[in-house]
Design a protein around this ligand. Structure first.
Ligand code: NAD
Ligand code: DAU
Length: 352
């Protein structure tokens, strides 16, 4: 079975790993990456695979019905892996409407265009929405976990927009019989992570000897997953997941933000040959995030027992790999902070 797959948001952090994973593991597939190249889109993430014959890139907005219709037809798309989104909680607090436009209206437009293109012929088709554990709200420090049955309780504009898009996907499954599947994943980290998010920001600031901002007392807990483990889970769910189902994905790696930042400081003291404690001295407690969710933690037993997925990397292993990647790719970081990455499309791709 060969497939023509549309990956939305493939120039972003997780999307670029998913594109690479499919190009490596499914050479018989055609992969089309549709991405608007917002501030978070970076085609330098895909330099190593951009010339592969079965890979195509289209710059465009998931909310643009004309563009989406055109590419569905042009590439005869029979599978969608939808990652395009506004993804940063802090930005959603200062500018919620762009999250509603992209995550909610954009997803609605994509669903509607795909439904019209597939014309109720759903055999061999699949629409897969990549979502977040943040739709479930916030846990207490009581050992409880998010399961697929946890009621939705989103509390930031970001998580509310993702919850809304999950509901729309389920509505298209129940109302029109469109073959849809959803996964809700915990915090990812790894190479190509945009340095507005905690882990790459801390690595970047340590390299620059700048203050390391920790919100509140640093007591909030996140459950971290190395990004290639997520990409493997996505490939598995895309092929083996059951229509109408949801799968939680997480790494069993709960840690407070302060403990995590201290861990990175210690590891980087060693790697940068700085005396132990040098980087920790940069930690600066700053004003807390508004409505800051206390704790996220995933029960991943469904994907583990039903689909046989397990994370390959512990947090310690993943952090080593991540820090090493940033140390070996200072150019990538420099292009992001200078803004140079945003001209890559014009110089490498644009023909007209
Ligand atoms: P990201 O911000 O790094 O990338 C998002 C990508 O979407 C960018 O390339 C951007 O240019 C593109 N995009 C934004 N608006 C678009 C639009 N209107 N049309 C087309 N493309 C558009 O995000 P990420 O961290 O890689 O997250 C990817 C997906 O995974 C998101 O849906 C996010 O909600 C979900 N998710 C992320 C995490 C995480 O920890 N990062 C965890 C669980 C789920
Ligand atoms: O749980 C999955 C979610 O994880 C994804 O859906 C989101 O797209 C992704 O951005 C991430 O959301 P978080 O808000 O958890 O990630 P972030 O890296 O922004 O923050 C992680 C924790 O660190 C959070 O508790 C806030 C805190 N933090 C963050 C920043 C940027 C700080 O203490 N200081 C900071 O400077």
């Amino acid at each position: 079975m060969s497939r023509n797959i549309l990956i939305t948001g493939g120039a972003g952090f997780i999307g670029s790993h998913v594109v690479r994973h499919f190009l490596r593991n499914r050479p018989d597939y055609t992969i089309l990456n549709l991405d608007l190249l917002t501030y978070a889109g970076n085609l330098e993430n895909l330099k190593d695979v951009e010339n592969q014959a079965n890979y195509f890139f289209e710059k465009g907005d998931i909310g643009d019905a004309q563009k989406v219709k055109e590419i569905l037809e042009k590439y005869q798309i029979d599978g969608i892996i939808h990652l395009a989104a506004e993804s940063h909680v802090d930005r959603s607090i200062s500018d919620p409407l762009v999250f509603v436009r992209t995550n909610l209206l954009g997803t609605a437009n994509l669903l509607q265009c795909v439904k019209a293109y597939w014309k109720n012929d759903f055999k061999g088709k699949r629409f897969y929405h990549i979502s977040t554990d943040e739709v479930y709200g916030s846990l207490e420090m009581d050992g409880s976990l998010f399961t697929e049955k946890t009621p939705y309780d989103p509390r930031s504009p970001y998580s509310a927009s993702k919850a809304g898009s999950d509901h729309l996907v389920r509505a298209f499954y129940h109302t029109y019989g469109m073959p849809c599947v959803i996964s809700n994943c915990s915090n990812n980290y790894g190479p190509n992570h945009f340095p507005e998010k905690l882990i790459p920001l801390i690595i970047h600031n340590i390299l620059q000897q700048k203050p390391l901002p920790v919100y509140g007392a640093g007591a909030n807990v996140r459950d971290w997953l190395y990004v290639t483990d997520h990409a493997r889970a996505i490939e598995l769910i895309f092929h083996e997941g059951v229509d109408g189902e949801t799968y939680n994905i997480g790494g069993h790696n709960e840690i407070t933000n302060l403990q995590l930042v201290e861990k990175i400081c210690d590891l980087m003291d060693v790697k940068l040959r700085r005396p132990q404690g040098t980087n920790k001295a940069l930690i600066t407690f700053v004003k807390d995030r508004a409505g800051h969710d206390l704790r996220y933690a995933i029960d991943a037993s469904k994907i583990e027992t039903e689909l046989g997925w397990r994370p390959e990397y512990t947090l310690d292993q993943g952090l080593e790999l991540t820090i090493d990647w940033y140390l070996q790719n200072e150019n990538w970081l420099q292009h992001v902070t200078s803004g140079a990455y945003q001209s890559y499309y014009e110089t490498q791709y644009k023909t007209d």
